[in-house]
Write a new protein. Structure first.
Length: 201
């Protein structure tokens, strides 16, 4: 079970496409520790390439906005300071962490954060759902979303989802411990009468 006293950094990235080989156009980071939001950062990122029309439609981010945005290397030190000593959290870690890792690798930096994927955690805690995308899970838990497919708002939604999943996981663990404790006690009492006389307590 995850220790909520640890430092988590919840991240969301918008990119020029759906895989880690694409370029970042927006990033958001929220530091959550000891049950409190400690800091946050979000920025558009100049991808140094054209963005596909469907990405612009999905995110409402224009090519013109990105031309004046900082390049990744210009905000990399800020991102590093957020990630230092933190558990990296996102809703699809295979995408978000790997795209960050590739960008830092190009700069000679090797990211080694522990990762927690809320999508995978949801599958573990809530088996049997038809979908585990962020919209479905936010609807399931009643989490309000503002501007979907914008990095900061998606990071906020992912943080709220993380809180719900960790709470549910903790409740299940407590129930399991209580259930097995009772079962073991019951089993002992039931079996007590069947023990040979010299073994009875």
């Amino acid at each position: 079970m995850m220790n909520v006293m640890k430092k988590f950094v919840v991240c969301d990235i918008e990119a020029t496409g759906p895989n880690e080989k694409c370029e970042i156009i927006e990033i958001a980071l929220i530091t959550w520790s000891k049950g409190q939001v400690r800091d946050s950062f979000d920025s558009l990122v100049n991808p140094l390439c054209p963005i596909p029309p469907f990405v612009s439609e999905l995110t409402s981010i224009s090519q013109k906005e990105l031309l004046s945005a900082p390049k990744f290397y210009e905000i990399s030190s800020t991102i590093q300071s957020f990630l230092e000593g933190a558990i990296f959290v996102s809703h699809k870690t295979d995408f978000d962490f790997n795209i960050l890792k590739r960008n830092f690798k190009d700069m000679g930096v090797d990211l080694r954060n522990k990762c927690l994927c809320t999508l995978q955690l949801a599958k573990k805690v809530l088996p049997g759902l038809k979908s585990y995308n962020l919209d479905t899970l936010c609807q399931f838990f009643g989490i309000k979303t503002e501007m979907r497919h914008r990095a900061y708002d998606d990071a906020v939604a992912t943080l709220e989802l993380l809180k719900k999943l960790l709470s549910l996981q903790s409740s299940f663990a407590s129930y399991k411990n209580e259930f097995w404790g009772r079962s073991e006690k019951k089993s002992f009492e039931e079996n007590k009468s069947t023990l040979p006389h010299h073994q009875k307590i």
